[in-house]
Design a protein around this ligand. Structure first.
Ligand SMILES: C[S@@+](CC[C@H](N)C(=O)[O-])C[C@H]1O[C@@H](n2cnc3c(N)ncnc32)[C@H](O)[C@@H]1O
Length: 219
């Protein structure tokens, strides 16, 4: 299985506003989870949740908040390393008074490997992963054979991996890798009406990029 020595993220716009920094200082203890070697007990982390989802790369957390409001019976573990987004998401959770979102500041590979128990997740959201369009950067794409094996081990049987991208060659890349894998069934779906358009997706749409939603179910 691939190790996370190759980073799938680039450090973008790390300038954090005063409000995001205050949120980080004041709200981390309430909603943030520090990385640790212990595996989660989701029953105690989300005592009221019927299902557990992880969102990889939440960006500014717009979709996270919107979806968490729509599915209050689901617990969402939101993982990213983007500092302004972490501050913003913490502030938005507080403002929306949500009790079903917790935040981690870490590479999702590391979190999945070290902290997520096997067969514990009902779903994984990966919305608009960095597309790494240049051929020499393809090795940085988060979806690869090792990632497919890793998420397979963490999902319950019947659990789903939902990825959306506005970079068509990346959607083809993902489809190719999943079609070569016996671990999942699925493929392209209509955009679900509950998935909101984030600012990042809006930029792609304005550039006339075609957006693809793909959902794969663990068999
Ligand atoms: C292009 S942005 C999309 C953000 C958001 N999902 C949206 O739709 O607006 C990709 C995000 O994924 C994060 N990311 C990339 N690789 C990651 C990893 N291995 N672990 C956690 N976050 C990652 C980046 O930091 C960035 O915030």
């Amino acid at each position: 299985m691939d190790t996370p020595t190759i980073k799938s993220f680039k450090l973008r716009g790390t300038r954090i506003t005063a409000a995001q920094e205050v949120a980080r200082e004041q709200l981390w203890d309430k909603y943030g989870i520090d990385f640790g070697a212990e595996r989660f007990h989701f029953d105690s982390l989300f005592p009221n949740a019927m299902e557990i989802f992880i969102e990889i790369g939440f960006g500014m957390g717009e979709a996270t908040i919107d979806i968490a409001k729509k599915f209050p019976q689901r617990g969402f573990l939101a993982v990213d390393v983007h500092q302004p987004g972490i501050g913003k998401l913490l502030a938005s959770i507080e403002e929306s008074e949500l009790s079903n979102v917790r935040v981690m500041d870490e590479d999702a590979h590391v979190v999945l490997m070290a902290m997520i128990p096997d067969e514990s997740l009902d779903g994984i959201h990966l919305f608009f992963p960095d597309p790494w369009p240049k051929t020499r950067h393809h090795k940085r794409r988060i979806v690869n054979e090792g990632f497919i094996e890793l998420i397979h081990s963490k999902l319950k049987i019947g659990g789903t991996f939902h990825v959306a991208t506005d970079w068509h060659p990346y959607s083809e890349w993902i489809e190719e890798r999943f079609s070569n894998s016996p671990l999942f069934i699925g493929g392209e779906v209509e955009r679900p009406d509950w998935r909101p358009i984030t600012r990042f997706e809006g930029q792609g749409i304005r550039k006339k990029h075609r957006v693809t939603d793909l959902i794969y179910r663990k068999v």
